[in-house]
Design a protein around this ligand. Structure first.
Ligand code: ATP
Ligand code: MG
Length: 448
């Protein structure tokens, strides 16, 4: 044998996951595999008529007894180990050469007569290397005898068969290990992805709430501010006259105070919204609210070259609702129409606001003869933050939708059948909260 033949292999510990799995070997060996290997060495001992059949395992630069045949008398116990390098053991040669070794009579062989197993009386040896699936040495499968033994080809073939069986088990164990590791990793990845998605959802939900609230502030505060500006300007102009028109100025200042009260009420309503307090439902007259908002909006609309028509149902409709929210709803739709109409220059710019009382409830329609809404975006315009406007926040319609839903109604956009433009239709059910003025008046009269 040459030095090259004895070149020391990499005994491990290996970096391979499978070998790491077997750091606790043979304790971690699945029971059925351990039983099978025990059966292998027992069969070897019986068939070959030898005292010892062994599976040896290389670990941490040592070689140890992994499985020993039961029944016959031999000195080997599971867990016994020796330092492998230069141990002089039969198995060292098998592991180092990666080849089978047959020593028929060590006492008659110069090379083997002093090897450590001789002192146990084991003078005959037949061993084969066992390898991990990646080719690293796992250990040996061997038979030892206390008397000279040439074993013979049939027994050699038998040991090879058993060795192959063990290597198949190792391959299967490694495969199931890597499968387990892959599954664990995939589960971990899936868990991480799920928690990332949840975090994203939570952020999106927060953004939506923050966005809606910010939008509400921007839109709703604008309305009382416009009123305040209007009445302050009027009061000033009455005072600047010569002589000053004190009565008129006082009236304007009183209206200004009403607008300031509105702003306070609005802030309180926003705070309630932020705390998810339901809208403050009170008996309201819809036509009155629509008129008020349209009068207010007309100033801005006319400066934008837009004419605003108002068509109110003569019957009048009383409803249970949050006044500020309903005002906000109408104002948002009218402002959207005014802005859309800025793109129209070939026809008079018109907005039409109408109310209709029906058996099912009341309908509010805000329509314009602007460019209308592209079918491609019609499904998105009620989403928070969706806008096609450079200066838009994309919150007006999402706020409208939540206000309408808060009042148990529906809002939709339709194409106009009389020409280009957009038509927003709000339907609110009569049930629970809408009553005609007549019936309310009837109730009031009965109470009196
Ligand atoms: N009357 C309309 N005509 C044409 N397009 C409209 C009309 N109303 C709304 N839209 C479209 O719907 C989009 C969303 O409207 P929304 O009121 O929610 O947001 P915005 O007007 O863009 O911004 P913000 O209201 O926050 O100032 C608009 O950007 C616009 O593209
Ligand atoms: Mg808008």
């Amino acid at each position: 044998m040459t030095d090259e033949t004895f070149a020391r292999p990499d005994y491990g510990p290996s970096g391979a996951g499978a070998v790491r799995f077997f750091e606790g070997f043979p304790e971690c060996l699945p029971e059925e595999v351990a039983a099978k290997w025990q059966c292998v060495v027992d069969t070897i001992a019986v068939l070959l008529g030898v005292p010892a059949g062994l599976i040896m395992h290389v670990r941490d630069e040592k070689i140890e007894v992994a499985v020993a045949s039961s029944g016959g008398s031999h000195p080997y116990h599971v867990g016994d180990s020796e330092h492998l390098a230069e141990s002089g053991l039969y198995c060292e040669t098998v592991v180092c050469t990666g080849d089978r070794l047959l020593v028929a009579d060590a006492l008659a062989d110069e090379l083997w007569k002093d090897n450590p197993d001789v002192k146990f009386g084991m003078i005959a040896y037949l061993g084969f290397p066992i390898h991990w699936p990646d080719g690293r040495p796992f250990g040996t499968l061997c038979a030892l005898d206390t008397k000279p033994n040439h074993f013979g080809q049939i027994f050699e073939r038998l040991l090879i068969q058993f060795r192959d069986l063990i290597e198949q088990d190792l391959a299967m164990l490694c495969e199931s290990l890597s499968l387990t590791q892959r599954l664990t990793q995939e589960r971990e990845e899936a868990r991480n992805a799920a928690s990332a998605a949840r975090a994203e959802l939570a952020t999106a939900a927060k953004l939506s709430v923050i966005g809606q609230l910010a939008g509400s502030i921007v839109h709703e505060i604008g309305q009382p501010l416009a009123s305040i500006r209007l009445h302050a300007a009027a009061a000033l102009s009455w005072l600047e006259r010569d002589p000053s028109q004190l009565d008129e100025a006082i009236t304007s200042i009183q209206q200004l105070r009403v607008a300031v009260d509105d702003a306070f009420e609005l802030v309180a309503s926003l705070r309630a919204q932020a705390r998810r307090v339901p809208a403050a439902m009170k008996s309201l007259e819809l036509n009155e609210i629509v008129s008020k908002v349209v009068v207010l909006a007309r100033r801005d609309l006319s400066s934008m070259g837009v004419h605003c028509e108002l068509h109110l149902d003569k019957k009048g409709t009383c409803l249970q609702g949050d006044r500020l929210q309903i005002e906000q709803l109408i104002m948002n739709l009218v402002q959207n129409a005014g802005r859309a109409l800025q793109r129209v220059s070939d026809r008079p710019r018109r907005v039409r606001v109408s109310t209709t009382a029906g058996a099912e409830g009341w309908t509010l329609v805000v329509e314009d003869n602007g460019p209308g809404i592209e079918p491609a975006i019609a499904g998105m315009i009620f989403e928070p933050l969706f806008t096609t406007e450079e200066t838009g926040l994309g919150l007006g319609l999402s706020i409208c939708k939540s206000i309408v839903e808060g009042h148990h109604g529906t809002i939709c956009v339709e194409e106009r059948d009389t020409g280009p433009g957009a038509r927003f239709r709000i339907a609110l059910p009569i049930k629970n909260w809408v009553q005609t003025i007549d019936s309310l008046c009837g109730e009031a009269a009965a109470e009196e």
